[in-house]
Ligand binder design. Structure first.
Ligand SMILES: Nc1nc2c(ncn2[C@@H]2O[C@H](COP(=O)(O)OP(=O)(O)OP(=O)(O)O)[C@@H](O)[C@H]2O)c(=O)[nH]1
Length: 415
């Protein structure tokens, strides 16, 4: 249900205008939760590379502006590096998405400020040419860090303003070079912002597509599970149906053969149910079936499979049954149904709904089939009915009346 709502929101996002970046709150929260960790790690790695290269520029400082080298070392390695590493550590430990973007954007501003301060602290001849490398700071923020677009835009505008303010007031720089530097910087800012926007848009779209496929797969899986559950359940009583019995029977039969363990089965039939239907009507008959089914479920072990076999006939497949345990188990079910005290006037001495139970417990042998045990339980049920109903009868394979025609009929009807 929750996933269905999210799936709809994701589909809505995919259908929205192509220019939008931020998702609706619900989807945005998922996006952040799913990508936050990886994004923080990527930013930290990018930040470490940027910090390393930023300090490599000391080589340029040394050769272009020896007069400001000490200042450059103090600012790059003494200020920018510790500030940057502290921020990266913070981001690595985990902060909110807004704080993460803000902190990373602030390293861009900080680097811009420090670069400008180093620039103006030198009067060396070609020192001002360094201003053409300042665009790299925008490349780092907008592309390498790939700041969220709002933060990329804000930090770019601020950086450009800082650089323009320093450049305009930097006397050793010829006017034409100032113009060229500012133009180059603006173009750099524009290009990197376009790239930044496209990167974020692609990342978000890719996320939506992947999430939609995942949610759809989950949706189909859930539907399939529901359908397969329906196909194995009897709709009237919610018990397992015959298809499920076939599947379970085959599995447990094989297990019993492998383990050389006993397998038990009860066939249960409601007594005089035709009379019940005739007297109380089919709808009440259905209700009676539901109550009887529930009583059987409540009075059997959770490991046993209770099945509506068809009509008013039920089967209980007993896990790891022993002959000693099967009889009381069947008796519990018989009593449980009788205890419901559902009136069935005029058909039996008790005048309530009762069941007859045929039980068979056999050690599966290689030369037997799974149907043999069903046949034995069926014949035992026939004996229970013949001996007056509302009773259980446990089949003894040796004593079974194989030649009994009536039993033969019952065996057929059960399959
Ligand atoms: N209400 C209802 N009745 C059903 C359903 N399925 C089978 N029946 C009825 O169950 C009755 C079974 O009757 P019989 O097979 O003659 O057996 P019985 O009357 O229970 O007699 P004994 O088994 O010999 O005690 C029939 O009247 C069927 O119509 C069902 O889903 N709902």
């Amino acid at each position: 249900m929750v996933n269905d709502v999210l799936l709809k929101d994701v589909e809505d996002e995919l259908g929205r205008g192509a220019w939008r970046l931020r998702f609706a709150d619900h989807v945005e929260a998922h996006f952040e939760a799913d990508t936050q960790r990886q994004r923080s790690r990527n930013m930290v790695v990018a930040g470490l590379i940027a910090a390393f290269i930023y300090n490599l520029f000391l080589i340029n400082d040394f050769s272009f502006r020896p007069d400001a080298f000490t200042t450059a070392v103090a600012l790059r390695a003494g200020v920018m590096l510790p500030v940057g590493l502290t921020i990266l550590w913070w981001v690595y430990r985990g902060v909110s998405p807004r704080t993460r973007e803000f902190l990373m954007a602030s390293t861009v501003i900080c680097a811009t400020l420090i670069s400008c301060m180093i620039l103006v602290s030198s009067t060396a001849r070609y020192s001002y040419l360094d201003v053409f490398s300042f665009g790299l700071i925008l490349v780092v923020g907008n592309i390498v860090y790939s700041l969220r677009f709002g933060y990329a835009l804000a930090s770019s505008v601020l950086s450009v303003l800082i650089i323009v303010a320093f450049v305009v007031n930097y006397a050793p720089m010829p006017l034409e070079i100032k113009r060229l530097a500012i133009f180059t910087l603006l173009a750099n800012g524009a290009f990197t912002l376009v790239a930044n926007y496209r990167l974020e848009r692609s990342e978000r779209l890719a996320y939506l597509h992947v999430l939609r496929e995942k949610l759809r797969a989950g949706h189909y899986l859930k539907n399939n599970e529901m359908l397969s559950q329906l196909s194995l359940t009897d709709p009237l009583t919610n018990l397992a149906n015959r298809r499920q019995l076939d599947m379970e029977f085959a599995t447990r039969w094989r297990e019993a053969v492998d383990k050389n363990a006993w397998l038990g089965l009860m066939v249960i039939d409601i007594d005089h149910f035709k009379a019940y239907n005739d007297r109380y009507g089919h709808l009440q008959g259905d209700d009676c079936l539901r109550q009887v089914a529930r009583a059987m479920q409540l009075n059997s072990r959770s490991a046993d499979l209770v099945v509506r076999f068809g009509g008013e006939e039920f089967v209980v497949l007993m896990a790891e049954a022993s002959p000693e345990a099967a009889e009381p188990a069947a008796e519990r079910i018989r009593r449980g149904v009788e205890a419901l005290q559902i009136a069935n006037a005029g058909v039996s001495p008790q005048a309530v709904v009762t069941v007859s139970v045929g039980v068979a417990v056999l050690p599966p042998e290689a030369n037997m089939t799974a149907d043999d045990i069903l046949s034995h339980a069926d014949q035992a049920l026939y004996q229970a009915k013949r001996r007056g109903r509302n009773r259980i009868w446990v089949a003894n394979p040796v004593d079974l009346p194989n030649a009994d025609d009536a039993a033969g009929d019952l065996c057929r009807s059960a399959r």
